[in-house]
Design a protein around this ligand. Structure first.
Ligand code: SF4
Length: 244
């Protein structure tokens, strides 16, 4: 069975800052085509249109080795949008976000914080699995800044379709996509931050970070901090008119 190995810390930023590559013509056409269809569409239809367009995205090289685009999923009017880094080995095969070990960790933490995962929209900053093939294993690799930027239009369109009350960025890659710039986790976690459009955002760690901590005490401590961050989200959602 294939395993997941993390070669880098999702709280760190890797890669060099190089000029942002343009979206491929095919991908831009897909997005433009999607936008033309959007004004009269419901949020649900908009997401479906986006999902179909993203399936053929070639805006960065990550599609070449991955099995499929792993688009976000969840209710089209979700008050909460959770953003991770990228699909992992299991997500790449299943075509669904957060169904592997990190997803199980996230489910447990959401439950403890009082958040129903089924009522949240869950997606990733980068929608193709980036890995290094090593025998029967596929080793997770952190996306570079150009790859994060190339994929950001999909996150922006998901955000525009859902219009959540709160976006939770889990890990450095998600934070970079949500805020449009490198955003250190530890300096920004634990408080609500206003995005330019007025949507609230919250920064926390990626659950895979917790899985990789070798020390059990540190793992327990960091897990509690993660749950505490999600409780901030839960408190805001209790005030949301859309929260069920
Ligand atoms: S990772 Fe994102 S930008 Fe790159 S090909 Fe996949 S969907 Fe397109």
């Amino acid at each position: 069975m294939a395993g997941i190995f993390f070669l880098s810390n999702p709280n760190g930023i890797e890669g060099t800052l190089t000029p942002l590559p343009e979206l491929s013509l095919a991908c831009r056409n897909d997005i433009l085509h999607s936008k033309r269809k959007m004004p009269m569409a419901t949020a649900s239809q908009s997401l479906e249109t986006l999902r179909e367009a993203a399936a053929d995205c070639r805006a960065c090289p990550l599609w070449k080795n991955a099995t499929q685009t792993v688009f976000g999923e969840g209710p089209p009017h979700a008050p909460l949008m959770l953003v991770g880094e990228q699909p992992g080995d299991k997500e790449d095969i299943a075509g669904k976000p957060f169904v592997g070990p990190a997803g199980l960790m996230l489910d447990r933490a959401l439950d403890e914080a009082g958040i129903d995962r089924k009522k949240a929209y869950i997606t990733n900053a980068v929608k193709h699995f980036k890995f290094l093939a090593r025998g029967k294993f596929r080793l997770h690799q952190k996306p570079t800044t150009p790859e994060i930027k190339a994929c950001r239009p999909w996150y922006e369109r998901e955000l525009a379709a859902i219009k959540p009350d709160l976006v939770v960025a889990m890990g450095a890659t998600a934070a970079q996509s949500v805020f449009g710039k490198i955003t250190p986790i530890n300096k920004n976690r634990g408080r609500l931050i206003d995005l330019d459009d007025g949507t609230k955002a919250l920064v926390t760690v990626h659950p895979s970070y917790l899985l990789r901590l070798p020390d059990e005490d540190a793992k327990a401590r960091e897990y509690e901090r993660f749950v505490d961050d999600l409780k901030i989200a839960a408190a805001l959602l209790r005030k949301s008119t859309r929260a069920a």
